[in-house]
Every structure is written in structure tokens, then in C-alpha cells.
Design a protein around this ligand. Structure first.
Ligand SMILES: [Zn+2]
Length: 215
């Protein structure tokens, strides 16, 4: 993805099972859940990180998905103790990993994040390039925390929606123009209804459903 720009405020969101669309509840009787293991290699401040996580949770809650966060220790090449299973073993689609690094090798400065998928369109890892985000002047109206949250939500969207998942509207826009930034700043930038449906179904039924949806 090439995520540019920002947005912001928070309103709502805790989506209780009673508030979810009926078809979302019908899949399993409770909201689908995604576990996200978060690696803060960039040493983003706890305040910015927690606010960014909140934004991610809000965006996914609007899609009818509950987020469970796992805080993982950042990469430390001097520490040889094994990581916990929650921070070393991931399973698509219900357990994904996001690593926040300062910069990426050969990554253009306007790119805030990247997801990694296999040939089937399934992937478990995403990276966020925090220095690109924090030094960018393209999202002046949005705090770094909210931009971070939207960037993570966007990459999680790629991991759950598969390839070619950019959209002309909503949080899956590849390049965020002013309208998107304004919507984000108003706390009104989410996954589309179709994207939300697909994300929930993939969380319940896996990759086969995506292939079926594209036939
Ligand atoms: Zn993208």
C-alpha cells in the first residue's frame, strides 16, 4: 500500500454483539476476533501506541470484528531467550503480526506500511514504517497516533482481504486524498460494507471464501 495522510478523532466504538449486523452474528454466534501481535521496534511512545491501537480497534469494530492485542518485545539481537508462542507463531487469518520499524530497506518515504501475502493471497505479517509517517507533512491535520492506527488498520485490511484490495473509498484507499483525510479526521473512515462482510467471513471460514467470492 501507499498510505498517505491522516485523520482522526474518535468516537464510539465498542461494538457489542447486540450491535453487530445479524449476518455477522449468524456466522458463529459471536463477533469474529482477530489477534494482533504488535512489535514496537521503532520505540513509539506508549501514548501514541495505545491511541493508535485504539483507532485500529475502532475501525475493525465498525466492521464487526473484535481485536485482541498482544504486546511483543521489540527485536533485540542480544536477547536469545525464546519468544512466547503468541509472539512467534501466527496463524492466518485469526492471528496476525504487525511490526513497527523506523524505516524499511528500499521503501520510499511516502510509504507508511506494507503487508506480505503468499500466492494464495493469505498473509500474516505487516510492517509499518514509522519514521516515514512521523516525518511526513502530508497528514498535518491528523495526529501521528491516529495516522499510525489507520495505517495499521489498512495493512490488516490487506492481510484479511487479500491481493488487489485497494478501494476508491474508505480505509482501503491506496492514496489518501483530502476527502479521505477529512473523513478520517471526523472519525468517519472505515471499511466498506462489502469489505467488512468479506473480512468477517474470511475470519470464520478462511481463504476459500475469498476465492469463491472472486469467481
Ligand atoms: Zn495499501
Amino acid at each position: 500500500m501507499q498510505l498517505l495522510r491522516r485523520l482522526l478523532p474518535l468516537t464510539l466504538l465498542y461494538a457489542s454483539p447486540q450491535l453487530l449486523p445479524a449476518h455477522a452474528r449468524a456466522l458463529e454466534g459471536s463477533p469474529p476476533k482477530v489477534q494482533i501481535s504488535l512489535f514496537n521496534d521503532a520505540e513509539v511512545s506508549p501514548e501514541i501506541l495505545s491511541r493508535g491501537q485504539y483507532r485500529v480497534s475502532v475501525v475493525l469494530a465498525q466492521a464487526g470484528v473484535q481485536v485482541e492485542w498482544v504486546a511483543c518485545r521489540p527485536r533485540d539481537r542480544t536477547n536469545f531467550s525464546p519468544a512466547s508462542p503468541d509472539c512467534s507463531s501466527f496463524t492466518w487469518p485469526e492471528h496476525l503480526a504487525v511490526r513497527i520499524v523506523r524505516r524499511g530497506i528500499s521503501i520510499k518515504e511516502e510509504v507508511f506500511g506494507q503487508s506480505f501475502q503468499d500466492k494464495s493471497g493469505c498473509g500474516i505479517h505487516a510492517s509499518i514504517y514509522y519514521d516515514n509517517l512521523a516525518t511526513s507533512k502530508s497528514h498535518a491535520e491528523l495526529s501521528d497516533a491516529d495516522m499510525l492506527g489507520f495505517a495499521i488498520a489498512h495493512e490488516i485490511g490487506h492481510l484479511l482481504l487479500g491481493p488487489h484490495s485497494h478501494s476508491a473509498h474508505g480505509v482501503m484507499q491506496g492514496n489518501w486524498q483530502r476527502a479521505a483525510l477529512i473523513a478520517a479526521s471526523q472519525g468517519n473512515l472505515f471499511f466498506s460494507k462489502h469489505e467488512a462482510n468479506l473480512i468477517r467471513m474470511r475470519l470464520v471460514k478462511g481463504c476459500d471464501l475469498l476465492r469463491m467470492a472472486r469467481r
